[in-house]
Ligand binder design. Structure first.
Ligand SMILES: Cc1cc2nc3c(=O)[nH]c(=O)nc-3n(C[C@H](O)[C@H](O)[C@H](O)COP(=O)(O)OP(=O)(O)OC[C@H]3O[C@@H](n4cnc5c(N)ncnc54)[C@H](O)[C@@H]3O)c2cc1C
Length: 369
């Protein structure tokens, strides 16, 4: 018989999604978080829903499939989680970078990704407030979007509660002990016993897994995304935009405006590592952004502390049961916002039915043992 008393350690967007999906199978779910839902990487995320730079092919396919699931996930949650579609534009003034971008565009077209090259005039129509500057080549991905991931985590947990589950915020899981009859979670609020446990504790998952004899190597991947208070609509159509480096700049910047009007801005690509969470750095990002969107001139940047991406050593997600037990399930990944609906639904399917989903096979934690 499938056992059904299940704990999820970590209420980020991934842990919350898996808890929600498990609750739809009638599982008895309890969620623990040492802080509040979304207070880990989820609360620091740029939350761009995309499969754009994802390699190898199976990882691209997983992300692409996750993007398609987002609409249904959003409807099922029945809450405002700030989902906005509109696509992304990336463009370059530099000829070599522009050519590479167009090559990437052609490859993604053969993979069935809705993407096309875009002219300067078309970009100007999409974003009339954008001061485009020098333009060599650009691409438009049509089906990308973004969300407010903390709201997603909260909406999932509200559903878990509605389905009879329990949520323990501000509850640090100090240790997980597995014995033949049960799995014991030790917290400062006491001990809890379960049949199965999902470790979805982001960067802290490695420590919890190590104590169970499970290898879960991660590399440190800090990132900083600056925010603003709510602003009138600046971006008219696109959900995100990657802007080329200006004179003297180190690299590109990316911008999105959330449905609550707040703007987020980060530097480099999706995995750019940066620990500078000073006010000066936040201001400098907005100054760069204001060259492209002049109405940002004089807008105050909100300093956001550095966030740590959950980042398995080989860069690919970890999803699945640990090697020596079908009672400890691990989810650890970057791009967890994009992947939340698919990891939640397929992970819950595996846990609730004790089945093995083919498309998750490249991501098993056993690859590190
Ligand atoms: C700067 C930055 C930009 C990003 N941009 C994107 C993007 O554009 N698109 C995208 O898809 N992804 C992006 N990501 C990655 C994405 O945010 C993460 O992959 C995702 O949030 C991971 O969610 P999670 O639930 O696995 O982990 P987390 O959100 O880290 O949640 C883990 C939770 O576990 C809790 N916890 C830890 N230890 C314990 C314990 N012992 N007991 C109880 N609770 C515990 C923590 O409090 C935390 O709430 C970005 C991340 C960063 C940092």
């Amino acid at each position: 018989m499938v056992s059904n008393k299940i704990a999820v350690v970590g209420a980020g967007v991934v842990g919350a999604s898996i808890a929600f999906h498990l609750s739809t199978y009638g599982m008895n779910v309890t969620v623990f978080d040492k802080g509040s839902p979304g207070s880990g990487a989820t609360g620091h995320s740029f939350a761009w829903l995309n499969a754009f730079g994802k390699l190898p092919r199976h990882y691209f396919d997983l992300n692409h499939r996750a993007m398609d699931l987002w609409t249904r996930f959003n409807e099922t949650l029945g809450a405002d989680v700030g989902l906005k579609w509109g696509g992304n534009v990336t463009y370059y003034s530099d000829e070599e970078k522009g050519r590479k971008l167009l090559e990437q565009c052609e490859r993604l077209q053969t993979w069935g990704y809705p993407i096309r090259s875009i002219t300067r005039e078309e970009l100007s129509q999409l974003e009339p407030n954008l001061n485009i500057g020098p333009f060599y080549a650009g691409i438009h991905t049509l089906t990308e979007g973004h969300v407010i991931p903390t709201k997603v985590a909260e909406a999932c947990l509200a559903k878990v509660k509605n389905n009879g589950g329990e949520i323990y915020p501000d509850t640090l899981v100090k240790s997980i002990i597995e014995n033949p009859r049960e799995i014991i979670l030790s917290t400062h609020k006491g001990e809890f016993k379960f049949d199965k446990v999902i470790i979805a504790a982001g960067v802290d998952s490695t420590g919890l897994a190590t104590n169970l004899g499970i290898k879960l190597p991660q590399r440190v991947s800090p990132g900083v995304v600056t925010r603003t208070a709510s602003l009138p609509p600046i971006m008219k159509t696109l959900s995100t935009i990657y802007l080329p480096p200006g004179p003297g700049d180190e690299g590109e910047i990316h911008i999105r405006q959330a449905t609550d009007g707040s703007l987020m801005c980060g530097a480099g690509d999706q995995e750019n590592e940066n620990e500078d969470d000073s006010q000066e750095y936040a201001d400098s990002l907005l100054t760069r952004a204001a060259r492209y969107f002049p109405s940002l001139d004089g807008v105050k940047a909100q300093k956001v502390p550095v966030g740590l991406r959950p980042m398995p050593e080989d860069g690919l997600p970890v999803i699945g049961f640990s090697n020596n037990s079908n009672r400890i399930y691990i989810t650890l990944m970057h791009s967890g916002v994009t992947l939340a609906p698919i990891v939640g639904s397929l992970g819950a399917l595996e846990i609730a039915t004790e089945s093995s989903v083919d498309s998750l096979k490249p991501y098993r934690p056993t690859r590190f043992q």
